[in-house]
Design a protein around this ligand. Structure first.
Ligand SMILES: [Zn+2]
Length: 143
């Protein structure tokens, strides 16, 4: 069961990589905004919870994606990099037009484990921003 999931995840990643140049054609202003929120929230979560981890600059190969993420480098631990990658890919591959808010979506497109993780990130960082009076950065909860 677990190996099957991992296998599916690998296939998914390969499919995404092959389609990568094209996948960014799917960026519209709504998805762009959602990706910015996701990037911000994962960054806050990683900064506040993963101090002990070694961190790297999140690789961004596409200028459109860089723009969506606010034209800045995101410094994340490997786990958070994986989560953000997964989230960006799922956002871009969303079959709905217009894309609904993920928390209201009938389709559970996240791989097992990632959905719980991203909800934890959204909840933590959402509360963090509320506590620090940064409602301007919140826009809305995605999850
Ligand atoms: Zn992290």
């Amino acid at each position: 069961m677990v190996s099957l999931q991992i296998n599916r995840e690998c296939q998914f990643n390969r499919r995404v990589r092959e389609r990568m140049p094209k996948i960014f054609d799917r960026l519209d202003s709504k998805k762009s905004k959602d990706i910015r929120v996701l990037g911000n929230f994962v960054s806050i979560f990683c900064r506040e919870n993963h101090q002990a981890e070694t961190k790297y600059t999140f690789p961004i190969k596409d200028d459109r994606l860089r723009h969506s993420l606010g034209n800045k480098d995101l410094i994340l631990c490997p786990d958070c990099q994986k989560l953000l990658n997964h989230g960006i890919a799922k956002l871009l591959l969303c079959p709905y037009d217009p894309k609904p808010m993920c928390k209201k979506c009938p389709t559970h497109c996240y791989a097992p484990g990632y959905r719980e993780k991203v909800r934890e990130v959204m909840k933590f960082s959402g509360l963090y921003l509320v506590k620090h009076g940064r409602l301007d950065l919140m826009v809305h909860y995605l999850f």
